[in-house]
Ligand binder design. Structure first.
Ligand code: RIB
Length: 311
């Protein structure tokens, strides 16, 4: 099958992951169960998620000239992601994320951006050479928002669909950014930060989506984790219930969702099918530990869809 390619502009982190029975309270010392380093970063995870589903993918971002940087590039490349536009920055360290996961599969994440914080218009310039003929540009907020906005503008100029995962939200979004976005994909926490009220079910999701559409976004997909996903487009609203799984670690489940969504659209599927793919990729990812280590390949993904009545 001929695919349009997908471009991801964003962060690349090494995840430093500890497993504990429960998350510590402030001031408390706990004895944990294990420690591992796993390639992650919301940008890189989304790139690997798309590539593992068989869609040609290019990553644009930065790694440091350190051992994490090398491992991060290798992880992207072994998933089939093109890394020729990942800049090796000699003057800053690779990004890291300090992650704690407990027995209930709850997690806490602190990101130290490192070189991701240096991403700027030079990276956007490299991106513009990749845009022609692309199906989508995937964006998140682990690189400076000014660069994200420039990237969105460049994609809009070329007619490439912009899919924004507004994670994490660290400041108010510039109002001009909304109208550059084709699809925004907040989770429950992020959508509450964006609209100022709690979103916990399809009804409140519909109200939030309405508001975000009024701000200029074309399509709103709200990721409600184990509940499912709500979607509002210009002429349709629908809810896709989650496929129930035994979750062990939800790290990168949101990234897998965006990867699944983008892969489906690159294959020419409808937005409804794309939300199904997103929800399925997110669910499968929650069944395995770690970020890039947990993202499904196409064979596993197809079997899972089929087993759950989607084919
Ligand atoms: O979304 C999960 C990711 O968030 C992790 O891989 C970590 O690097 C942080 O960026």
């Amino acid at each position: 099958m001929h695919h349009q390619h997908v471009i991801v502009f964003g962060s690349i982190n090494m995840d430093l992951v500890t497993k504990t029975n429960r998350l510590p309270i402030p001031g408390e010392t706990l004895l944990g169960q294990s420690f591992s380093t796993v390639p992650g970063g919301k940008g890189a995870n989304q790139a690997v998620a798309v590539a593992r589903l068989g869609v040609p993918t290019t990553m644009v971002g930065r790694v440091g000239k350190d051992s994490f940087g090398e491992q991060l590039l290798t992880s992207l490349q072994s998933a089939g992601v093109c890394t020729k536009d990942v800049f090796l920055d000699e003057s800053h360290s690779s990004g890291i994320a300090v992650i704690t996961v407990d027995d209930q599969s709850e997690n806490q994440i602190i990101v130290i951006p490192g070189v991701n914080g240096q991403v700027n218009e030079e990276d956007v310039e490299r991106l513009t050479h990749q845009l022609s003929g692309a199906s989508a540009l995937l964006l998140q907020f682990e690189v400076p928002i000014a660069a994200v906005q420039l990237a969105a503008q460049a994609a809009r100029k070329t007619g490439v669909r912009v899919i924004l995962d507004p994670a994490p939200i660290t400041c108010e979004l510039p109002i001009e950014l909304y109208s550059l976005v084709d699809i925004i994909t907040p989770n429950a926490i992020e959508v509450e930060q964006l609209v100022g009220f709690r979103v916990e079910d399809p009804e409140t999701a519909a109200q939030a989506a309405h508001l975000l559409r009024q701000r200029g976004v074309n399509t709103v997909v709200i990721k409600l984790g184990a509940q499912g996903a709500f979607c509002a487009t210009i002429d349709d609203t629908f809810f896709i219930p989650a496929i129930a799984v035994d979750a062990v670690d939800t790290v990168a489940a949101g990234d897998a969702f965006n990867g699944g969504l983008a892969a489906a659209l690159a294959e020419g599927l409808s937005i409804r099918q794309a939300v199904v793919w997103g929800a399925a990729a997110g669910a499968l990812t929650a069944t395995k530990p770690g970020a890039q280590s947990s993202l499904p390949n196409r064979a596993i993904f197809d079997t899972f869809l089929c087993k759950n009545g989607y084919s």
